[in-house]
Design a protein around this ligand. Structure first.
Ligand code: PLP
Length: 372
Protein backbone atom coordinates (compact mmCIF):
# COMPACT_ATOMS: atom_id res chain seq x y z
CA UNK A 1 0.00 0.00 0.00
CA UNK A 2 2.94 2.29 0.63
CA UNK A 3 3.63 3.36 -2.94
CA UNK A 4 2.96 6.26 -5.30
CA UNK A 5 -0.74 6.48 -6.13
CA UNK A 6 -1.35 5.14 -9.64
CA UNK A 7 -3.81 6.76 -12.04
CA UNK A 8 -7.12 5.11 -11.28
CA UNK A 9 -8.11 5.48 -14.93
CA UNK A 10 -4.80 3.97 -16.06
CA UNK A 11 -3.65 0.49 -17.11
CA UNK A 12 -2.59 -0.63 -13.62
CA UNK A 13 -6.17 -0.81 -12.40
CA UNK A 14 -7.87 -3.67 -14.27
CA UNK A 15 -5.42 -6.45 -13.26
CA UNK A 16 -5.53 -5.19 -9.69
CA UNK A 17 -9.34 -5.07 -9.62
CA UNK A 18 -9.86 -8.41 -11.36
CA UNK A 19 -7.50 -10.34 -9.10
CA UNK A 20 -8.97 -8.72 -5.98
CA UNK A 21 -12.56 -9.36 -7.04
CA UNK A 22 -11.82 -13.01 -7.88
CA UNK A 23 -10.15 -13.43 -4.48
CA UNK A 24 -13.08 -11.84 -2.67
CA UNK A 25 -15.56 -14.08 -4.48
CA UNK A 26 -13.66 -17.08 -3.15
CA UNK A 27 -13.82 -15.64 0.36
CA UNK A 28 -17.58 -15.03 0.09
CA UNK A 29 -17.72 -18.57 -1.40
CA UNK A 30 -19.67 -17.43 -4.40
CA UNK A 31 -19.68 -17.70 -8.14
CA UNK A 32 -23.05 -15.98 -8.57
CA UNK A 33 -22.41 -12.91 -6.39
CA UNK A 34 -20.70 -9.79 -7.74
CA UNK A 35 -18.32 -7.69 -5.68
CA UNK A 36 -18.89 -3.95 -5.17
CA UNK A 37 -16.37 -1.73 -3.38
CA UNK A 38 -16.95 1.71 -1.90
CA UNK A 39 -14.51 3.99 -0.09
CA UNK A 40 -16.47 3.77 3.16
CA UNK A 41 -16.88 1.53 6.20
CA UNK A 42 -19.31 -1.17 7.29
CA UNK A 43 -22.00 1.45 7.86
CA UNK A 44 -21.80 2.48 4.20
CA UNK A 45 -22.20 -1.22 3.38
CA UNK A 46 -25.43 -1.26 5.40
CA UNK A 47 -26.75 1.78 3.58
CA UNK A 48 -25.83 0.40 0.16
CA UNK A 49 -27.44 -2.98 0.91
CA UNK A 50 -30.67 -1.20 1.82
CA UNK A 51 -31.02 1.63 -0.72
CA UNK A 52 -30.39 -0.73 -3.61
CA UNK A 53 -32.95 -3.34 -2.63
CA UNK A 54 -35.74 -1.53 -0.79
CA UNK A 55 -38.12 1.37 -1.32
CA UNK A 56 -38.92 3.83 1.44
CA UNK A 57 -42.04 2.38 3.06
CA UNK A 58 -41.04 -1.25 2.39
CA UNK A 59 -41.22 -3.51 5.43
CA UNK A 60 -38.31 -5.56 6.77
CA UNK A 61 -37.84 -8.03 9.59
CA UNK A 62 -34.96 -7.49 12.00
CA UNK A 63 -33.88 -8.85 15.38
CA UNK A 64 -32.38 -6.76 18.12
CA UNK A 65 -29.82 -9.24 19.51
CA UNK A 66 -27.02 -6.72 20.01
CA UNK A 67 -25.84 -3.23 19.22
CA UNK A 68 -24.98 -3.79 15.55
CA UNK A 69 -28.18 -5.70 14.81
CA UNK A 70 -30.02 -2.73 16.31
CA UNK A 71 -28.01 -0.16 14.35
CA UNK A 72 -28.58 -2.01 11.05
CA UNK A 73 -32.31 -1.69 11.81
CA UNK A 74 -31.81 1.99 12.70
CA UNK A 75 -30.03 2.54 9.39
CA UNK A 76 -33.06 1.09 7.59
CA UNK A 77 -35.39 3.33 9.60
CA UNK A 78 -33.27 6.34 8.72
CA UNK A 79 -33.86 5.53 5.06
CA UNK A 80 -37.63 5.52 5.52
CA UNK A 81 -37.98 1.73 5.61
CA UNK A 82 -40.52 0.25 8.03
CA UNK A 83 -38.68 -2.05 10.41
CA UNK A 84 -40.28 -4.74 12.55
CA UNK A 85 -37.43 -5.06 15.02
CA UNK A 86 -37.98 -7.92 17.42
CA UNK A 87 -36.40 -7.19 20.74
CA UNK A 88 -34.60 -10.17 22.28
CA UNK A 89 -32.25 -10.69 25.20
CA UNK A 90 -28.67 -10.00 24.19
CA UNK A 91 -26.45 -13.09 24.28
CA UNK A 92 -28.26 -15.29 21.74
CA UNK A 93 -28.43 -15.42 17.96
CA UNK A 94 -31.22 -14.81 15.47
CA UNK A 95 -33.89 -17.43 16.28
CA UNK A 96 -34.67 -19.27 13.05
CA UNK A 97 -37.99 -20.56 14.41
CA UNK A 98 -39.15 -16.99 14.95
CA UNK A 99 -38.06 -16.04 11.42
CA UNK A 100 -40.15 -18.89 10.10
CA UNK A 101 -43.14 -18.01 12.30
CA UNK A 102 -43.12 -14.34 11.31
CA UNK A 103 -42.73 -15.05 7.62
CA UNK A 104 -45.39 -17.77 7.65
CA UNK A 105 -47.80 -15.32 9.25
CA UNK A 106 -47.03 -12.80 6.49
CA UNK A 107 -49.24 -14.40 3.87
CA UNK A 108 -49.37 -11.17 1.84
CA UNK A 109 -45.56 -11.18 1.59
CA UNK A 110 -45.24 -7.67 2.95
CA UNK A 111 -41.74 -8.31 4.25
CA UNK A 112 -39.31 -7.33 1.51
CA UNK A 113 -36.19 -8.45 3.38
CA UNK A 114 -34.80 -10.08 6.50
CA UNK A 115 -31.77 -8.35 8.07
CA UNK A 116 -29.22 -10.52 9.87
CA UNK A 117 -25.88 -9.70 11.46
CA UNK A 118 -23.89 -12.92 11.06
CA UNK A 119 -21.50 -12.21 13.90
CA UNK A 120 -22.82 -9.77 16.50
CA UNK A 121 -19.71 -7.86 17.51
CA UNK A 122 -21.22 -6.44 20.69
CA UNK A 123 -22.07 -9.82 22.25
CA UNK A 124 -19.74 -12.33 20.60
CA UNK A 125 -22.63 -14.33 19.16
CA UNK A 126 -22.53 -15.94 15.71
CA UNK A 127 -25.98 -16.58 14.26
CA UNK A 128 -26.57 -19.60 12.06
CA UNK A 129 -27.30 -18.05 8.67
CA UNK A 130 -27.80 -21.48 7.12
CA UNK A 131 -30.79 -22.19 9.37
CA UNK A 132 -32.18 -18.68 8.87
CA UNK A 133 -32.17 -19.40 5.13
CA UNK A 134 -33.88 -22.74 5.76
CA UNK A 135 -36.53 -20.94 7.82
CA UNK A 136 -37.19 -18.45 4.99
CA UNK A 137 -37.47 -21.33 2.52
CA UNK A 138 -39.70 -23.34 4.86
CA UNK A 139 -42.07 -20.37 5.05
CA UNK A 140 -41.99 -20.16 1.21
CA UNK A 141 -41.39 -16.45 1.52
CA UNK A 142 -39.70 -14.33 -1.15
CA UNK A 143 -38.02 -11.88 1.26
CA UNK A 144 -34.42 -11.07 0.43
CA UNK A 145 -31.75 -12.15 2.93
CA UNK A 146 -29.35 -9.28 3.72
CA UNK A 147 -26.40 -10.28 5.89
CA UNK A 148 -23.85 -8.15 7.70
CA UNK A 149 -20.57 -10.10 7.72
CA UNK A 150 -18.47 -7.23 9.10
CA UNK A 151 -16.88 -9.23 11.91
CA UNK A 152 -17.17 -12.70 10.37
CA UNK A 153 -16.00 -12.66 6.77
CA UNK A 154 -12.57 -14.18 6.19
CA UNK A 155 -12.40 -15.49 9.76
CA UNK A 156 -15.58 -17.58 10.13
CA UNK A 157 -17.15 -19.82 7.49
CA UNK A 158 -19.64 -17.83 5.40
CA UNK A 159 -21.24 -19.34 2.28
CA UNK A 160 -22.96 -16.79 0.07
CA UNK A 161 -24.12 -19.23 -2.62
CA UNK A 162 -24.94 -22.25 -0.49
CA UNK A 163 -26.97 -20.21 2.00
CA UNK A 164 -28.64 -18.27 -0.81
CA UNK A 165 -27.74 -14.90 0.66
CA UNK A 166 -28.87 -11.96 -1.48
CA UNK A 167 -26.52 -9.27 -0.20
CA UNK A 168 -23.55 -9.63 2.16
CA UNK A 169 -21.47 -6.71 3.33
CA UNK A 170 -18.29 -6.12 5.27
CA UNK A 171 -15.61 -3.54 5.99
CA UNK A 172 -11.88 -3.75 5.29
CA UNK A 173 -10.79 -3.46 8.91
CA UNK A 174 -11.62 -6.83 10.40
CA UNK A 175 -11.12 -10.26 8.83
CA UNK A 176 -9.58 -8.64 5.76
CA UNK A 177 -6.80 -7.36 8.02
CA UNK A 178 -6.62 -3.85 6.57
CA UNK A 179 -7.04 -0.35 7.94
CA UNK A 180 -10.61 0.96 7.87
CA UNK A 181 -11.65 2.60 4.62
CA UNK A 182 -13.51 0.18 2.38
CA UNK A 183 -17.03 -1.21 2.30
CA UNK A 184 -17.13 -4.53 0.47
CA UNK A 185 -20.42 -5.92 -0.78
CA UNK A 186 -21.32 -9.16 -2.45
CA UNK A 187 -24.51 -8.82 -4.47
CA UNK A 188 -26.53 -11.77 -5.71
CA UNK A 189 -28.69 -11.93 -8.83
CA UNK A 190 -32.02 -11.38 -7.05
CA UNK A 191 -30.70 -8.29 -5.29
CA UNK A 192 -29.23 -7.02 -8.53
CA UNK A 193 -32.57 -7.41 -10.28
CA UNK A 194 -34.29 -5.61 -7.40
CA UNK A 195 -31.89 -2.66 -7.66
CA UNK A 196 -33.15 -1.98 -11.17
CA UNK A 197 -36.73 -1.77 -9.88
CA UNK A 198 -36.53 0.11 -6.59
CA UNK A 199 -37.12 3.87 -6.63
CA UNK A 200 -35.23 4.82 -3.47
CA UNK A 201 -33.20 8.01 -3.80
CA UNK A 202 -29.51 7.05 -3.96
CA UNK A 203 -26.37 8.33 -5.56
CA UNK A 204 -23.01 7.53 -3.96
CA UNK A 205 -24.19 4.17 -2.65
CA UNK A 206 -25.98 3.21 -5.86
CA UNK A 207 -24.12 0.03 -6.75
CA UNK A 208 -25.17 0.02 -10.43
CA UNK A 209 -22.61 2.54 -11.81
CA UNK A 210 -19.88 1.02 -9.64
CA UNK A 211 -20.66 -2.47 -10.89
CA UNK A 212 -20.71 -1.36 -14.50
CA UNK A 213 -17.22 0.09 -14.13
CA UNK A 214 -15.82 -2.68 -11.94
CA UNK A 215 -16.71 -5.23 -14.60
CA UNK A 216 -14.19 -3.35 -16.79
CA UNK A 217 -11.66 -3.10 -13.97
CA UNK A 218 -12.38 0.52 -13.07
CA UNK A 219 -14.56 2.62 -10.77
CA UNK A 220 -17.21 5.26 -11.38
CA UNK A 221 -15.55 7.68 -8.94
CA UNK A 222 -12.14 7.84 -7.31
CA UNK A 223 -11.51 4.58 -5.43
CA UNK A 224 -9.45 4.22 -2.25
CA UNK A 225 -6.64 3.30 -4.64
CA UNK A 226 -3.95 2.33 -2.15
CA UNK A 227 -6.39 0.27 -0.11
CA UNK A 228 -6.89 -1.86 -3.21
CA UNK A 229 -3.25 -2.96 -3.09
CA UNK A 230 -3.72 -3.94 0.54
CA UNK A 231 -6.91 -5.78 -0.30
CA UNK A 232 -5.20 -7.73 -3.07
CA UNK A 233 -2.47 -8.74 -0.64
CA UNK A 234 -5.07 -9.73 1.98
CA UNK A 235 -6.89 -12.03 -0.45
CA UNK A 236 -3.54 -13.52 -1.52
CA UNK A 237 -2.59 -14.18 2.11
CA UNK A 238 -5.95 -15.82 2.81
CA UNK A 239 -5.63 -17.98 -0.31
CA UNK A 240 -2.08 -18.99 0.62
CA UNK A 241 -3.12 -20.13 4.07
CA UNK A 242 -6.33 -21.67 2.70
CA UNK A 243 -9.78 -20.63 3.93
CA UNK A 244 -10.33 -23.88 5.84
CA UNK A 245 -7.09 -23.37 7.73
CA UNK A 246 -7.98 -19.73 8.41
CA UNK A 247 -11.31 -20.81 9.91
CA UNK A 248 -9.63 -23.57 11.92
CA UNK A 249 -7.04 -21.10 13.24
CA UNK A 250 -9.78 -18.74 14.42
CA UNK A 251 -11.69 -21.62 16.00
CA UNK A 252 -8.53 -22.65 17.85
CA UNK A 253 -7.62 -19.15 19.02
CA UNK A 254 -11.21 -18.48 20.12
CA UNK A 255 -11.40 -21.72 22.09
CA UNK A 256 -8.13 -20.78 23.80
CA UNK A 257 -9.67 -17.47 24.86
CA UNK A 258 -12.82 -19.20 26.13
CA UNK A 259 -10.75 -21.64 28.19
CA UNK A 260 -9.09 -18.63 29.80
CA UNK A 261 -12.42 -16.98 30.58
CA UNK A 262 -13.61 -20.16 32.29
CA UNK A 263 -10.37 -20.42 34.25
CA UNK A 264 -10.94 -16.86 35.49
CA UNK A 265 -14.40 -17.86 36.68
CA UNK A 266 -16.05 -15.20 34.52
CA UNK A 267 -19.12 -15.52 32.31
CA UNK A 268 -19.31 -15.05 28.58
CA UNK A 269 -22.13 -12.87 27.25
CA UNK A 270 -22.89 -15.54 24.62
CA UNK A 271 -25.16 -18.10 26.23
CA UNK A 272 -25.24 -20.93 23.73
CA UNK A 273 -21.95 -22.75 23.02
CA UNK A 274 -23.15 -23.49 19.47
CA UNK A 275 -23.27 -19.73 18.89
CA UNK A 276 -19.86 -18.83 20.32
CA UNK A 277 -18.15 -16.35 18.04
CA UNK A 278 -14.72 -17.35 16.82
CA UNK A 279 -13.76 -13.73 16.19
CA UNK A 280 -14.40 -12.07 19.52
CA UNK A 281 -15.40 -12.90 23.06
CA UNK A 282 -17.56 -10.61 25.19
CA UNK A 283 -17.05 -11.14 28.90
CA UNK A 284 -19.39 -9.99 31.65
CA UNK A 285 -17.80 -8.46 34.74
CA UNK A 286 -19.14 -9.17 38.24
CA UNK A 287 -21.91 -6.87 39.55
CA UNK A 288 -20.71 -3.68 41.13
CA UNK A 289 -17.64 -3.39 38.89
CA UNK A 290 -17.43 -1.03 35.94
CA UNK A 291 -16.16 -2.94 32.90
CA UNK A 292 -14.82 0.30 31.43
CA UNK A 293 -12.29 0.33 34.27
CA UNK A 294 -10.78 -2.89 32.84
CA UNK A 295 -10.37 -1.17 29.48
CA UNK A 296 -8.86 1.90 31.08
CA UNK A 297 -6.31 -0.14 33.01
CA UNK A 298 -5.43 -2.20 29.95
CA UNK A 299 -4.95 0.90 27.84
CA UNK A 300 -3.18 3.12 30.32
CA UNK A 301 -0.95 0.66 32.14
CA UNK A 302 -0.40 -2.05 29.57
CA UNK A 303 -0.94 -0.44 26.16
CA UNK A 304 -3.44 -3.17 25.43
CA UNK A 305 -6.57 -2.25 23.53
CA UNK A 306 -9.74 -4.13 24.52
CA UNK A 307 -13.29 -3.58 23.27
CA UNK A 308 -15.82 -1.74 25.42
CA UNK A 309 -19.28 -3.01 26.29
CA UNK A 310 -21.63 -1.39 23.80
CA UNK A 311 -25.23 -0.24 24.12
CA UNK A 312 -27.00 -2.26 26.82
CA UNK A 313 -23.68 -3.83 27.80
CA UNK A 314 -21.91 -0.54 28.48
CA UNK A 315 -19.99 -0.87 31.74
CA UNK A 316 -21.18 -4.46 32.12
CA UNK A 317 -18.92 -6.30 29.71
CA UNK A 318 -15.68 -5.95 27.80
CA UNK A 319 -14.54 -7.68 24.65
CA UNK A 320 -11.42 -9.44 23.42
CA UNK A 321 -11.06 -9.34 19.64
CA UNK A 322 -9.38 -12.36 18.05
CA UNK A 323 -9.88 -12.02 14.32
CA UNK A 324 -7.78 -11.32 11.28
CA UNK A 325 -4.01 -11.59 11.40
CA UNK A 326 -3.46 -13.30 14.74
CA UNK A 327 -1.60 -16.27 16.17
CA UNK A 328 -1.28 -18.30 19.36
CA UNK A 329 1.48 -16.25 20.94
CA UNK A 330 -0.39 -13.00 20.39
CA UNK A 331 -3.45 -14.50 22.05
CA UNK A 332 -1.40 -15.69 25.04
CA UNK A 333 0.16 -12.25 25.44
CA UNK A 334 -3.27 -10.64 25.22
CA UNK A 335 -4.66 -12.97 27.88
CA UNK A 336 -1.75 -12.15 30.18
CA UNK A 337 -2.59 -8.47 29.69
CA UNK A 338 -6.28 -9.07 30.38
CA UNK A 339 -5.51 -10.88 33.62
CA UNK A 340 -3.36 -7.98 34.76
CA UNK A 341 -5.98 -5.42 33.72
CA UNK A 342 -8.69 -7.35 35.58
CA UNK A 343 -6.56 -7.24 38.73
CA UNK A 344 -5.85 -3.56 38.33
CA UNK A 345 -9.61 -3.00 38.00
CA UNK A 346 -10.27 -4.90 41.23
CA UNK A 347 -11.38 -8.24 39.74
CA UNK A 348 -9.08 -10.71 41.44
CA UNK A 349 -8.98 -13.56 38.99
CA UNK A 350 -6.18 -16.03 39.69
CA UNK A 351 -3.13 -14.65 37.88
CA UNK A 352 -1.78 -16.87 35.09
CA UNK A 353 -4.85 -19.16 35.28
CA UNK A 354 -6.23 -17.97 31.93
CA UNK A 355 -2.86 -18.07 30.22
CA UNK A 356 -2.23 -21.54 31.58
CA UNK A 357 -5.62 -22.92 30.51
CA UNK A 358 -5.18 -21.44 27.05
CA UNK A 359 -1.59 -22.64 26.76
CA UNK A 360 -2.56 -26.20 27.70
CA UNK A 361 -5.24 -26.15 25.04
CA UNK A 362 -2.84 -24.74 22.44
CA UNK A 363 -0.30 -27.45 23.33
CA UNK A 364 -2.83 -30.17 22.48
CA UNK A 365 -3.64 -28.44 19.23
CA UNK A 366 -0.18 -27.28 18.17
CA UNK A 367 1.16 -30.82 18.40
CA UNK A 368 -1.28 -31.85 15.68
CA UNK A 369 -0.47 -28.99 13.28
CA UNK A 370 1.75 -29.50 10.26
CA UNK A 371 5.11 -27.72 10.62
CA UNK A 372 5.31 -24.43 8.73
N1 PLP B 1 -21.64 -4.27 11.66
C1 PLP B 1 -20.87 -4.90 12.56
C2 PLP B 1 -21.18 -6.33 12.89
C3 PLP B 1 -19.82 -4.23 13.18
O1 PLP B 1 -19.06 -4.85 14.07
C4 PLP B 1 -19.56 -2.88 12.83
C5 PLP B 1 -18.46 -2.16 13.45
O2 PLP B 1 -17.73 -2.65 14.25
C6 PLP B 1 -20.40 -2.28 11.88
C7 PLP B 1 -21.41 -3.00 11.31
C8 PLP B 1 -20.20 -0.86 11.49
O3 PLP B 1 -19.08 -0.79 10.72
P1 PLP B 1 -18.19 0.53 10.62
O4 PLP B 1 -17.86 0.94 12.00
O5 PLP B 1 -17.02 0.03 9.82
O6 PLP B 1 -18.97 1.54 9.88
Amino acid sequence: MDRPVPDHRGPELPPLVFETVAGLQKIFQTTSGEIVLFPSSGTGGWESSLVNTLNPGDRVLAFNIGQFSHLYAECARGLGITVDEIDLPWGSGVPADLVQERLRADSQHTYAAVLVVHNETSTGVASDVRVVRKAIDAARHPALLLVDTVSSLASIDFRFDEWKVDVALTGSQKGLMLPPGLAVLCVGPRALARSAQVRSPRYFFDWRPVLTEMRRGYFSSTPATLMLFGLREAVRMLAEEGLDKVFARHARLAEGVRRAVRAWGLQMVCKNPREYSNTLTAIAVPDGIDADKVLQMAEQRLHLSLGAGLGRLKGKAFRIGHLGALNELEVLATLAGVEMALHLAGIRVPLAAGVSACEHFFMEEVATLAPR
